[in-house]
Ligand binder design. Structure first.
Ligand SMILES: Nc1ncnc2c1ncn2[C@@H]1O[C@H](COP(=O)(O)OP(=O)(O)OP(=O)(O)O)[C@@H](O)[C@H]1O
Length: 335
């Protein structure tokens, strides 16, 4: 399967008060054309920093120290995103036109003082040389495609006149307005109720099917991963500790952390007395990390060797299923 984005050994660090937080400590991953890669992990593991590194939208006091982010464009060129300046012409062209992003809070992307239609038209016209009339027609079609009722009227309304779910759809319409090849969705439904959440995910599936958009979906919800992922990358403290196709990872989890995440999902219909096992302990202080495997202090399979170094990548049965755990064979066998 052809990759559209390849990330290799990415190290992104934050600096504060003479201390360094290695937020991404050697992340490697691949986003495939027309597929959904779900990035999953607890709060603070580096999911959003991965997305902002790819978009070159890192906050102040942080930078990419090492590694590569390559965008494989349709015309066969490899663009080295990690070398581009945040505000360079090429990066601004890539952002929105080739790679678009949607956020948990749609107001991060929508401006409260302009109508929804105006914002989508501006987005289209900043990347394409077309008339206002044509851009408005496209914006209207997008709003309709995103399932916004009375789109002809809604297009001239302001974000505050939309409900939360509708705002999310408008943001997706804006993100899709230039037909990007990759859509990065950072917890896009966390603030929405489950019915709207299901509709938004259905919409994303439709985009994937109809426009062959690759999706990088960031979530902390293993249930969402089980539903939507073609591929999965499980993150913990700035590293990917397990990755592969959804089938490989979900049917044969081989890292204790992935196993623990899967055990913590409640099953619908099993009732309140079902056995849900929250993961014990908490993630370590990023400024005071354990010496070897970062999950060691919370792991049921812990032994002294786990403190020696961060485990190397191992591939389960020579496949694409990667895991970083010296006990992975034992973990995989243990149901
Ligand atoms: N603006 C920032 N300033 C300082 N440190 C930051 C900033 N943003 C993220 N970090 C640090 O980078 C690390 C990774 O954070 P990140 O936001 O990527 O986590 P996450 O997995 O997306 O979590 P969440 O699910 O809560 O959004 C954390 O240690 C976090 O404290």
């Amino acid at each position: 399967m052809e990759n559209i984005i390849t990330v290799k050994n990415l190290k992104t660090y934050f600096y504060a008060n003479n201390r360094c937080n290695k937020a991404l400590n050697g992340v490697s991953m691949e986003i495939k054309r027309g597929k959904t890669l779900c990035i999953v992990g607890e709060s603070g593991c580096g999911k959003s920093v991965t997305a902002s590194s790819i978009m070159q939208l890192l906050p102040k006091f942080s930078r990419i120290e090492e590694g590569e982010i390559i965008y494989h464009s349709e015309d066969g060129k490899d663009i080295e995103i990690h070398k581009l300046e945040k505000n360079s012409k090429e990066m601004r062209r890539l952002r929105g036109k080739d790679i678009a992003m949607i956020f948990q809070d749609p107001m991060t992307a929508l401006n409260p003082v302009y109508t929804i239609g105006w914002q989508i038209v501006e987005m289209i016209r900043s990347h394409e040389n077309i008339s206002k009339k044509e851009a408005k027609e496209r914006a209207l079609k997008l709003l309709k495609d995103m399932g916004i009722p009375l789109a002809e009227k809604r297009i001239d309304q302001y974000p505050h006149e939309f409900s939360g779910g509708m705002r999310q759809r408008a943001m997706i319409a804006m993100a899709m307005s230039c037909n990007p090849k990759v859509l990065i969705a950072d917890e896009p439904t966390t603030a929405l109720d489950v019915t709207i959440q299901a509709q938004i995910f259905e919409l994303m599936e439709k985009l994937k099917r109809e426009y062959n958009t690759a999706i990088m979906l960031i979530t902390h919800d293993m249930g969402v991963v089980c539903e939507l992922a073609d591929d999965v990358a499980v993150m913990y403290m700035g590293n990917i500790i397990e990755s592969g196709s959804a089938k490989e990872v979900l049917e044969n989890p081989s890292h204790p952390y992935t196993k623990a995440l899967l055990k913590s999902i409640p099953v619908l219909g099993k009732g309140a007395d079902q056995d849900i096992n929250p993961i014990k302990g908490a993630t370590p202080d990023p400024f005071d990390r354990p010496p070897g495997c970062q999950f060691a202090p919370r792991c049921d399979y812990y032994s002294k060797e786990c403190d020696e170094k961060m485990p190397e990548e191992e591939f389960v049965n020579g496949s694409t299923h990667m895991v970083r755990c010296i006990k992975c064979k034992e973990v995989a066998l243990n149901v």
